[in-house]
Design a protein around this ligand. Structure first.
Ligand code: NAD
Length: 362
């Protein structure tokens, strides 16, 4: 019953969060159950990945797809891209439910939107799944280089995070040099490892934590000067910069009691456990927080580049702009005495409004 109640006010939920359209997809033959949410297309087609997840119920899946698609609108807007925000979820266990027919059926649903929604890989999806979807629609990005795509976006994401971190240093210390700064990276995964390469190259003192030994080994065997930090005591470390590159919600009531850093800048999504509360807290504590959706947009910029005919060099150049955007956002936050995350949100909204107004004139 609870589910029905929530689902009975879908349109109300959509209008509350200003969603344009949600496509509900089912297919009995393949067992596909999916939702494609288009939040906003003022700036361009709605781009966002497809996530496959074992949601407890449909209401949870709906909530997630609405939240994530809205986030994509803001990420694209603050990054200066001509893209709107969208996201898709496939309900089910990615280890057992996947097969070619299901993915291709999903691809047909994506195609039915005629390019209004462009999909990409997200949690629970793999490159082969994206290839199946691509068999049915051209509206896919993040496909392998062999198929003319941009391939793994992680190096580009890492470069953007590095740019955002340097801009944060410029704001906090007056110089963007990270040489001699103590940076602790949480998560030696795809993005974390590329980020560490940049930090070591610049002469930062780098610590890294991960829950898997082999990930740590990969880093320390490449960079002898990088030291391992215990994953459980990472927040109380002496550090200038905390770089969350693993999980969301690591900036919260508990960790803020321990964190002594000057800057938080990393790749993880949704770093502030409660945006309003913890965004305000970090500002009051004098910690410079680089908004996650702003500095981790390199992956999205990489996807966007595919739409223009992929070129890695151009994607990196576009990603470099994150440096200026981060500084501008921090200045706007100061001018308006608001937390940095809020400044980024407001700047994104202003851009959507300004560009939207252009459509009203010939
Ligand atoms: P990944 O899965 O390759 O790496 C994450 C790493 O974090 C893994 O090595 C994992 O073992 C480690 N980890 C998990 N829990 C941990 C903990 N408690 N302490 C320390 N380490 C822990 O993921 P990724 O692609 O490198 O992405 C990292 C983060 O950045 C994710 O939150 C992701 O959503 C976000 N992000 C990634 C991209 C991208 O292009 N890959 C783009 C935007 C945002």
């Amino acid at each position: 019953m609870g589910n029905l109640e929530i689902e009975s006010n879908v349109l109300e939920q959509m209008s509350m969060r200003e969603h344009e359209q949600i496509l509900f997809c089912t297919d009995k033959a393949t067992g596909l159950k999916a939702m494609i949410a288009i939040h906003n297309t003022v700036l361009g087609p709605a781009l966002g990945g497809t996530r496959m997840w074992t949601y407890e119920n449909e209401a949870q899946a709906l909530k997630d797809v609405m939240r994530l698609s809205r986030g994509m609108t803001y990420k694209a807007a603050i990054s200066g891209l001509n893209l709107g925000g969208g996201k898709a979820v496939i309900i089910g266990d990615s280890r057992t439910l996947k097969n070619e027919a299901l993915m291709r059926r999903f691809g047909k649903f994506v195609d039915s939107l005629g390019g209004k929604y462009i999909t990409a890989e997200d949690v629970g999806m793999s490159p082969i799944d994206m290839e199946y979807i691509h068999d049915e629609t051209d509206h896919v990005v993040g496909i392998p280089e062999s198929l003319g795509g941009g391939g793994d976006p992680s190096p580009v994401t890492a470069y953007g995070v590095y740019m955002g971190m340097k801009a944060s240093a410029k704001y906090a210390y007056g110089s963007d040099s990270l040489s001699g700064k103590r940076v602790v990276v949480q998560g030696a995964g795809h993005v974390g490892q590329y980020l560490i390469d940049y930090l070591v190259e610049e002469g930062a003192s780098v610590g890294v934590s991960d829950i898997f030994e082999d990930k740590l080994k990969e880093v320390t065997s490449k960079h002898s000067k990088v030291d391992v930090v215990d994953a459980n005591s990472i927040y109380s470390q002496d550090m200038d910069i905390y770089a969350p590159c693993a999980l969301g919600a690591t900036v919260n009531d508990d960790t803020l009691k321990e964190l002594k850093c000057k800057i938080i800048a990393g790749a993880a999504n949704n770093q502030l456990q409660q945006e309003e509360k913890h965004g305000q807290m970090v500002r009051e504590m004098g910690i410079v927080y680089a908004p996650d959706f702003l500095i981790n947009a390199g992956g999205l910029i990489n996807c966007y580049s595919e739409l223009e005919g992929y070129n890695r060099e151009r994607a990196m150049k576009k990603t470099e702009v994150i440096y200026d955007t981060t500084l501008n956002t921090m200045k706007y936050a100061d001018d308006n005495n608001i937390p940095n995350y809020m400044a980024a949100n407001q700047l994104a909204e202003k851009r959507i409004e300004a560009i939207g107004n252009l459509n009203k004139v010939l």
